[in-house]
Design a protein around this ligand. Sequence first.
Ligand code: GDP
Ligand code: MG
Length: 594
Amino acid sequence: MEIRNFSIIAHVDHGKSTLADRILELTQAVSERQRRDQMLDTLELERERGITIKATPMRLFYTAKSGQRYLFNLIDTPGHVDFNYEVSRALRACEGVLLVVDASQGVEAQTIQNAYLAIDNGLEVLPVINKIDLPNADVPGAIAELEEVIGIPGDTAVAVSAKTGENVEAILEGIIAHLPPPKGDPDAPLSCLIFDAMFDSYQGVISFVRVMDGTVKKGDVIRIFSTGKTFEVDKVGYFSPAPTVSDQLGPGEVGWITAAIKDIADTQIGDTITSDKNPVSAPIPGFKPAQPVVFSGLYPTDSEDYPKLREALEKLSLNDAAFSFEPETSEALGFGFRCGFLGLLHADIVQARLEREFGLGLIATAPAVIYEVERTDGSREHIQNPADLPEPDKIARILEPFVRLNVYVPEEYVGNVMGLLQERRGEMKNMVYHGRRVELRYEIPFGEILYDFHDRLKSLTRGYASMDYEPLEYREGKLVKLDILVNDEKVDALAVIVHRDKAYSLGRKIVDKMAEVIPRQMFAVPIQAAIGGKIIARATVRAFRKDVTAKCYGGDITRKRKLLEKQKKGKERMKQLGTVEVPQEAFLAVLSGD
Ligand code: GDP
Ligand code: MG
């Protein structure tokens, strides 16, 4: 049977997941009873947040108008700016992509970025203009933007409504006509790309693979290329959407392999699986390891959970190659881990998954970029944790990472966006008109767009702006360390690095927020912000602790219990600093909006 492997790429909210659902219905991969909206978004969290975090592979069958039957592998991908790494992994398993563009919005930041990712990987692009049911849909406008901005021909574009299902079948015919079938030799030595993996406590590592050449089946002895370790294949199969066992996987096929791999370090995403008897001489090229760019500390609220946290991080990192971690100790928080993420959304999701899937209570410290410090003795080092900054008299200069930032925005909001970018120390490089939109090109410190930038951008443009960024070099900045003192004790886990001109306002904001979220104690607790030894802002948590049950003395016992439980629950994300109980929110005070 002929195969087509494809991915759906798009700017966030342009309708990838909805389109994937329609395609699944048309190919009857899912029975009506199984159906639910956004089938492919399997992680519980994704459904809540309405974004696709993990790419999911899925096998489908389609009988074309010609009568010929085809096997499709559909790999849904995430669209958020933090998750480009997941996108490029998914693309490595495909020959083509559907590039979805919302006809009412036109080409946006991630449309361009994802399209280039596909083109750079040598994939064929089939444009899909979606949401034609909307009254303000402009199909010719969207096609013109694709041609003009990305430079792909619009004549193969298919206009559809993923919502109503209108014309979606034309996409399936378009896939057959315009996306190439996989190449590959069933008799060549086995070469399989691991593009994702999961850990299951019974089966061990479940590797998601794309077979390039050769065939793999139960009982085969496979070898992991990078480590040379060998394993006997336990099962192979595909997703339909539930994992389904099959006899074998051949060239061009996408599926999964289990081989009683218990040690997580034995499979790395991006690695090649080959045959032990007849191995390939070189691994599959072209995989770029993801670079975490934002770091924060994760600490168990209950210090006895430290080993459990380590195990959870190991399992999670297998499923999420873009995430890194290493042990770190904090005077205030004890033993924990310094974790690297692709962005704030990614950090949020990892913390939520650790809590939900592994039942851990966690405190996260404020995310920070990596700084570079040049000491007075000429040595240089990277600082992942602001608390590790040397004493001021030992620092010659501090450098911070810059990014090239592109913002796409309708013309009427350009003034608002430029104001925001200036406030964030951005420097304008260019301004380009693309049909309905303006592209603003800036160079800006990465740390300045880390926290609430995206939200502010959206609110200043009524949701119409979109953005992407790529790293530039490190540049010197007038940066200082802002220390936070709780009850006159400096708390290492709360230190942040900030531009000198913003230190006062940020210090004020942090202490005010902390005083607001730290519960009242038996005594007054001063919260201070300091640079060097100098206090620049101060707030106080007033004394008096509310007895939550006092109000219902003699009253309804269930209500009393509920209140106690509520109070207990509130404690899960608290950490004792000396005699003061500090909730999670206080550690993230630096992130709170203006
Ligand atoms: P994704 O972020 O690209 O996966 O986008 P989703 O599939 O989650 O869709 C984003 C929003 O657009 C959802 O509210 C969908 O219901 C809506 N949507 C998707 N396709 C269409 C369409 O063809 N017409 C209309 N009117 N809405 C659509
Ligand atoms: Mg989606």
